[in-house]
Write a protein that binds this ligand. Structure first.
Ligand code: HDE
Length: 679
């Protein structure tokens, strides 16, 4: 047990019984037999053939041969952590869900973040939607909120999901491109399935290249239902709001990080938890009375629509803290099985046709991925409350159900396990009245694809709009087929003519017809990242430093950064100890070889003596130019000026030199600002 918190965490206590420490133990076979030789297989003579009889060799090799399971068909590349959810205020007015009743109640959670398109080994900073899946281990059973970092989706009906995924994944004939959507089939799909317009706007925005999992919002996407103890229902949408604000990378930086550190996001999460900087998100809900279902200019069942926060406020109801890394990525992160259909009393579904289809897909996919129907018995998937039923057998069954009876109803076991009434906690589906003809069709109220895409565009800052134009120009620019490029431009002409014309110009096709542009003028300030919290906490600063550095300057800026909750690396020519002018000793954390400007949020040029001054200067200028190009703060200490060279003359916004008043405070503020677009 690491701390008191963990002792109180029911899931942690449960997992503890499955954890095994192999260190300082004897090596045995899986049958418990002590092994005397693990390097040489049993042979007929030292140079002879290996014998079948060598059961240890056979067992070891067979197990190895079967170590892999199918990766997730989507969201294969993911990373997860344990934590807890604490409720701020009772939601009993809206839902009877037990974990949402008592303020202060803590519920264990396991949260997995992911990219969607890339395979398990792909880079993490690609342009993509991020999965944001939370498993709450409640006292009434597991509740999974399986969301994304974007509040809407590409399609309106689950039946189109295989088509979408086939189009966005690498093309089948050459398996390119990996983890990216910059290719013909994706944009062909978009242009021919125009319900994707709103989501594609988000996908082309900075939201699709987050700085950190810890700095992205999460959304349940669909409309769900809350049902209270009196049976009254509200429609609800879920939001996760990160305490650290919503921050993104810039595209050039994201691409370079993919090469310099393909594990950038998982490392960020892992290290922050190891450092005790626990990531936090507040849970918010938007609520709509049942009677208001038809009061909006969009259909609340349509998953390509969001509920503007200015019209339907987000009520903050609790906080999730991720505070424990996994012990074993395969056992936990890989084997965790999420399912939007894992609900608890008080939480129910809407008729959103995308959600309805998901309710089928998630169990189905676990059956192939986890090899049978007993995946709920895997330690990470077990509820923390008791579970009993008449389901039996199947591959890998672990529970030993005792007794004669495995059917319902029965008299031999007094008709147990027995069902529970609603009052006793039994899940009763909300009795929504449904009446209609069987039709394979979509409601007319789902047919407006462009109004909210325009709302999103209208809500962006000048810089965010510029990034969207650049993202379209890059992604559509990679499309070989000119007809598709034209179709995409024509489609987004329905959103905004300025956007589509700028893209047309960049990708060499005709501008669209201006008269087709959406007439929506409304905006939603909540959609812009510029309007979110700005904090320096946990930002990573690289200090470029040599021997004979200016002790007091370095000491005071390091102190100020640490005080502000930032992390600091001393980066130099090589590892080892450095000594300042006045004898201060400092250990180098990283070198110009092991790190790169793109892996820091900000840099400080401290300067000093170098073994190879010419190379030191070139590396410094390289770090500075990259940081400048990516709009990051740069601090220059007095001895750093010589290394920064002429380049600083040109640099203005977000570049702070030591002689400036309140250097340290200015630098910290500049880091909190995240990026300095005014360059
Ligand atoms: Fe998923 N999705 N999805 N999805 N999804 C899966 O389940 C599916 C959708 C989401 O970290 C799969 O266990 C269908 C929307 C996340 O383990 C699969 C449809 C949203 C994760 C599946 C959708 C999501 C998945 C693949 C359209 C946001 C990763 C492996 C009807 C609200 C969970 C697996 C994790 C994973 C199906 C659309 C989120 C195949 C059919 C919309 C975060 O079952």
């Amino acid at each position: 047990m690491q701390n008191e918190n963990e002792e109180q965490n029911k899931k942690h206590r449960q997992l503890e019984t499955f954890r095994t420490e192999d260190k300082n133990k004897s090596l045995t076979t899986n049958q418990g037999l002590k092994v005397s030789e693990d390097e040489h297989s049993l042979k007929a003579g030292q140079r002879g053939p290996t014998l079948m009889e060598d059961f240890h060799f056979r067992e070891k090799m067979t197990h190895f041969d079967h170590e892999r399971i199918p990766e997730r068909v989507v969201h294969a590349r993911g990373y997860a952590a344990h934590g807890e959810f604490e409720l701020y205020e009772s939601m009993s007015e809206y839902t009877k869900a037990d974990f949402l009743q008592t303020p202060g109640k803590k519920t264990p959670v396991f949260t997995r973040f992911s990219t969607v398109a890339g395979s398990k080994g792909s880079a993490e900073t690609v342009r993509d939607v991020r999965g944001f899946a939370v498993k709450f281990y409640t006292d009434e059973g597991n509740y999974d909120l399986v969301g994304n970092n974007i509040p809407v989706f590409f399609i309106q009906d689950a039946i189109k999901f295989p088509d979408l995924v086939h189009a966005v994944k690498p093309e089948p004939h050459n398996e390119m491109p990996q983890a990216a959507s910059a290719h013909d089939t994706f944009w062909d799909f978009v242009a021919n399935n125009q319900e994707s317009a709103h989501m594609v706007m988000w996908h082309m925005s900075d939201r699709a290249i987050p700085r950190s999992f810890r700095m992205m919002e999460g959304f349940g996407v669909h409309t769900f239902r809350f049902v209270n103890a009196k049976g009254k229902s509200h429609f609800v949408k879920f939001h996760w709001k990160p305490k650290l604000g919503v921050n993104s990378l810039v595209w050039d930086e994201a691409q370079k990080i993919s090469g310099k550190d393909p594990d950038f996001h998982r490392k960020d999460l892992w290290e922050s938890i190891e450092n005790g900087d626990y990531a936090e998100w507040e849970l918010g809900v938007q609520l709509i009375e049942e009677s208001q279902e038809f009061d909006f200019d969009f259909d609340i069942l349509d998953p390509t629509k969001l509920w503007p926060e200015e019209d339907i406020p987000v009520k903050i109801i609790g906080k999730m803290t991720l505070n424990r890394n996994v012990d074993n990525v395969f056992a936990e992160t890989e084997q965790v099985a999420f399912h939007p259909g894992h609900v608890v009393p008080g939480i129910d579904f809407s008729n959103d046709p995308l959600l309805q289809g998901r309710l089928f897909s998630y169990t189905d996919t676990q059956l192939i991925r986890l090899g049978g129907p007993n995946f709920h018995e895997l330690p990470i998937n077990r509820p923390v409350c008791p579970f009993h039923n008449n389901q039996r057998d199947g591959y890998g069954r672990q529970t030993i159900n005792t007794g004669q009876v495995s059917y319902h109803k029965n008299s031999l076991a007094d008709n147990t396990p027995s069902t529970s009434t609603e009052e006793e906690g039994g899940y009763v589906h909300y009795q929504e009245k449904v009446d209609g003809r069987k039709v394979a069709a979509r409601s007319d109220s789902f047919k407006d694809h462009f109004s909210q895409a325009k709302l999103f565009w209208n809500s962006m800052s000048v810089v965010e709009k510029k990034h969207i134009v650049e993202a379209f120009s890059f992604e559509v620019g990679k499309v070989k087929n000119k007809d598709i490029r034209q179709q995409v431009v024509d489609m987004f002409g329905h959103v905004d003519n300025g956007l589509a014309s700028a893209v047309a110009h960049a990708v060499g096709v005709h501008a669209p017809n201006a008269s087709e542009e959406s007439t929506v003028t409304k905006s939603s300030p909540a959609l812009s990242q510029e309007n979110k919290a700005k904090l320096p906490d946990t930002r990573k600063v690289g200090i470029l430093i040599g021997n004979q550095f200016e002790d007091s300057e370095v000491e005071s800026i390091v102190e100020a950064c640490l005080e502000a909750g930032m992390e600091v690396d001393l980066v130099s020519e090589k590892y080892g100890k450095l000594t300042g002018m006045n004898g201060l000793e400092a250990e180098v954390d990283e070198t110009f070889l092991t790190m790169h400007s793109v892996l820091y949020d900000a840099i400080i040029v401290a300067g000093g003596d170098a073994e190879n001054p010419q190379k030191f200067k070139m590396d410094t200028i390289d770090f500075m130019n990259e940081a400048y190009k990516h709009f990051k703060p740069i601090g220059i200490l007095s001895k750093g000026q010589a290394f920064a060279g002429d380049s600083i003359v040109e640099m203005t916004a977000g570049v702070i030199t030591y002689e400036q008043k309140d250097f340290a405070a200015q630098f910290v503020n500049a880091v909190a600002e995240h990026r300095h677009w005014d360059r």
